[in-house]
Design a protein around this ligand. Structure first.
Ligand code: GLV
Length: 410
């Protein structure tokens, strides 16, 4: 086998090692998958600016995210069903993240529970919250996150109603996973996965004991989400969350400037510019094209994190160039996990770290905190329309536009 050198290599390996239904749950997007494609295409279209003859012998990727020191501007995104990618997948992810010095965020829809992960790792992790109709249950989740000493709460704003992912329905994805006539052949070729997950201890939603969907198919899960998640969720609820959560608050799923202004007004410690990895509103703009406008509007008021298509260190550099403080990795994390468990997650982080380090050096920057639009080629945002003009304004250094990367590159 050739050495693994890219996130795509991990993706290919994961595809071979885990059942198709589980692989495609993360790999694919909603409806016609226009937005998931746009996330990748718009990042790919951006151009970096090569610089030479600058002393780059001393380099630093260290920074902070919501005040937490991190070894690089990257965190593991909350992803549902993670423990179905590999036995105890959330614990693998948390351990790999902690060893690498970056945050790990546990999803409400995880397989390992908050308590399982807290017992397995030494340092605090983040917890992602979905708000359900049963506010008593939501409060109990928050209380469990407090008891587990989670250091940040990531409130997801963009999944009151779930976008349909055709592949999940066609694949008959079920939780817990089941051996059926139609997946028997597929599972027979993935024995390590079957031993670890299918016949393993944790196979359903660890945080939802007593609340969990009546198992079976994803159709049941979507119906369960439709019945449980609160479609009336509104900005007023953020005040309530604030009142029951004493720690750092991160609002995830902002794609629009008007929403970003309201989000900043809540006093949240950070927002995540995100379209849920192209899994919700299909036809929405790419995350990267939304980033410059949001940075321009609120970059001086709150930290801006970025999520959506990040599969390399170059992608991270491009997001930082447009004003993100750090990126979240969702799919890239699950590819590593599905490929090789904890070692695969460590590999995914290492790949992105190495690429970011070298790309930063080749753009003539030695400190990641100093990355700014100077690392982009002239007109190199690759963005069109409003996003391009806003990016250009950001590039010209309009007040407030560069708060996340105040120092200038060499
Ligand atoms: C859950 O967050 C999902 O996107 O499936």
């Amino acid at each position: 086998m050739e050495p693994i050198t890219t996130i795509q290599d991990l993706r290919q390996l994961a595809k071979r090692r885990i059942p198709r239904a589980i692989f495609e749950y993360a790999d694919r997007g909603s409806y016609d998958e226009r937005t998931i494609a746009a996330n990748r295409a718009d990042l790919a279209a951006m151009k970096l600016r090569q610089r030479v003859m600058i002393d780059v012998s001393q380099r630093s990727l260290a920074t902070t995210i919501v005040g937490e020191p991190v070894t690089m501007p990257l965190a593991i995104a909350p992803t549902g069903l993670t423990g179905l990618y590999h036995r105890d997948g959330e614990i693998c992810g948390a351990r790999a993240a902690q060893a690498a010095g970056i945050p790990f965020c546990l999803s409400t829809m995880s397989i390992c529970s908050i308590e399982d992960v807290a017992a397995a790792v030494a340092k605090p992790f983040w917890f992602q919250l979905y708000v359900m109709r049963d506010r008593g249950f939501v409060q109990s989740l928050v209380e469990r996150a407090i008891a587990a000493k989670c250091s940040a709460l990531v409130l997801t704003l963009d999944l009151q109603i779930q976008g349909q992912r055709h592949r999940d329905i066609k694949n008959g994805l079920s939780i817990p996973p089941r051996l059926t006539l139609s997946n028997a052949l597929d599972i027979a070729t993935k024995p390590a996965w079957a031993m670890g997950v299918l016949f393993g201890k944790r196979r359903t939603f660890g945080n939802l004991a007593g609340k969990a969907p009546g198992s079976d198919s994803l159709t049941t899960l979507s119906q369960w989400i439709a019945g449980q998640f609160d479609p009336s969720l509104s900005w007023r609820d953020v005040d309530w969350i604030r009142s029951i959560w004493p720690g750092k608050l991160i609002l995830k799923g902002v794609l629009d400037v008007e929403d970003a202004k309201i989000a900043a007004g809540t006093g949240a410690d950070a927002i995540v510019v995100s379209n849920h990895g192209g899994r919700q509103l299909d036809g929405a703009v790419s995350s990267i094209s939304a980033l410059p406008g949001i940075v321009q509007a609120i970059g001086d008021r709150t930290e801006i994190l970025f999520d959506g298509g990040v599969q390399s260190g170059q992608d991270v550099l491009k997001a930082l160039a447009l004003g993100a403080r750090a990126c979240l990795m969702g799919k890239s994390f699950l590819y590593g996990l599905g490929a090789m468990g904890q070692a695969g997650v460590a590999k995914a982080i290492d790949i992105i770290r190495g690429e970011l380090d070298v790309s930063m050096a080749l753009t003539g920057v030695t400190d990641v905190k100093a990355v700014d639009r100077n690392v982009l080629a002239q007109g190199g945002t690759g963005l069109s329309g409003t996003a391009a003009s806003v990016a250009a304004a950001v590039a010209e250094g309009e007040p407030g536009a560069r708060a996340n990367a105040p120092a200038s590159a060499a």
